[in-house]
Design a protein around this ligand. Sequence first.
Ligand code: GTP
Ligand code: MG
Length: 149
Amino acid sequence: MERTYVMVKPDGVQRGLVGEILSRIEKRGLKLAALRMNVMDEAIAKEHYKEHSERPFFASLVEYVTSGPSVSMVVEGKDSIKIMRAVNGATNPVEAVPGTIRGDFAIETGRNVVHASDAPESAEREIALHFEESEITGYTRIDEGQLYE
Ligand code: GTP
Ligand code: MG
């Protein structure tokens, strides 16, 4: 089953959206395989967003994601990478359609509440960056027989 790395960013935690976001992920049928709350280390944040290191917003992005507790998770399911990107909605909340997390709860790109890996290679890299393999559980959800044909 495909795995992806998902984060509720510090604004999502501060705004009391953790339960709502976890609930949307679970109800969609995706499985929580690992879950942790912590303040992201600055070096980890820089590594996580290294593709943006030359962008003008890099310093503020690192400051934002390390500004308080965030919730990190490994989410598992068939096509979980594409599905989580769709659940989160467009990077710029102005373009995010209602029904997506960003389309329902965010206004600005620099405070867009959630993260999800954008491709299989980034999912693998980000999961390894944020979790030990021993922290990732393997179990069968009771509804999997109904979710998958
Ligand atoms: P993530 O899931 O967080 O990686 O978002 P994304 O994949 O939808 O977008 P991208 O990887 O291109 O950008 C990473 C993050 O950088 C975004 O989610 C924003 O928080 C931030 N970001 C991107 N572009 C801008 C920008 O132009 N201004 C500001 N302030 N932040 C930006
Ligand atoms: Mg991204």
